[in-house]
Design a protein around this ligand. Structure first.
Ligand code: ZN
Ligand code: ZN
Length: 257
């Protein structure tokens, strides 16, 4: 029953995506696909048929709700999978929109590095569709965007995780920004899993008058690879008294092992 429900997410997502983004139309580049810039057919909106197809291909795979890796339905073991059975993961569950590839990757990169904050609505639609399917029985007290160090936020001008958390506000869950990044860390991309864990160790803290005691929180971020950042955030939140820490991300990137 559980597996069947997971399998339905792909279909649900595709239907929701097409329906919800139709209204966005081509506000930015009328008549052009927002990703590949090829001419759009008259009744198409936002993306061309080819880009929609590629985007759909990165969504809706079976994945482990503990670590986020793509697995076959037969690879799921209880709460996790064969890959993460031996891993220490501080968060209690992970939801992802899709894989960090093709059009989904392009959308995230544009949101992140080109200040194309208008893509937030499109990505927000996808995030909301996934959040709606969450299997967690508890209601979430706070959405907690994974914080950027103030230097990086200054460089970028915004925190993309906050923009995404804001997209989930329609669920009526308040955003709490009492988790802060206290150490500037190098980017995780070219590090192996062990280096990633070391890189983020001690990088986060909670504000003195935080509100996490006995709360159920959900971290929000754009991408996760090894889960090291999310896990470190969850560890700090639990140390501060959080009862459960879940996480939702737009994309899961395959880790460099
Ligand atoms: Zn296109
Ligand atoms: Zn797993």
């Amino acid at each position: 029953m559980k597996i069947r429900a997971v399998g339905q997410i792909g279909t649900y997502l595709r239907r929701e995506l097409v329906a919800r983004t139709a209204s966005l139309s081509c506000l930015l580049w009328p008549g052009q696909c927002r990703i590949c810039r090829c001419p759009l057919e008259e009744d198409a909106s936002v993306l061309c048929a080819n880009c929609w197809r590629e985007l759909s291909a990165s969504l809706g795979h079976f994945y482990c709700r503990r670590c986020g890796r793509t697995v076959s339905p037969y690879g799921l073991l209880g709460e996790g999978c064969g890959h993460c059975a031996q891993e220490k993961i501080a968060y209690d569950g992970l939801l992802r929109v899709g894989l960090y590839q093709s059009v989904l990757r392009d959308l995230i990169l544009r949101l992140k590095f080109h200040e194309a904050t208008e893509f937030g609505d499109l990505l927000g639609d996808m995030l909301r569709a996934v959040f709606e399917t969450r299997p967690w029985s508890e209601s979430i007290d706070y959405l907690v965007p994974v914080p950027l160090h103030w230097r990086r936020r200054l460089e970028r001008g915004f925190n993309q995780a906050f923009l995404l958390a804001n997209q989930l506000r329609t669920f009526g869950v308040p955003i709490c920004r009492d988790l802060v990044r206290i150490r500037y860390t190098r980017r995780q991309w070219d590090l192996n899993p062990a280096q990633r864990r070391r890189n983020v160790k001690g990088a986060f803290a909670v504000r003195r008058d935080h509100r996490f005691e006995d709360k159920i929180v959900c971290l929000v971020d754009d991408i996760t690879t090894s889960g090291a950042t999310l896990s470190e955030c969850a560890r700090v939140l639990k140390q501060a008294g959080a009862e459960k820490v879940y996480a939702i991300v737009l994309a899961f990137a395959e880790a460099v092992e």
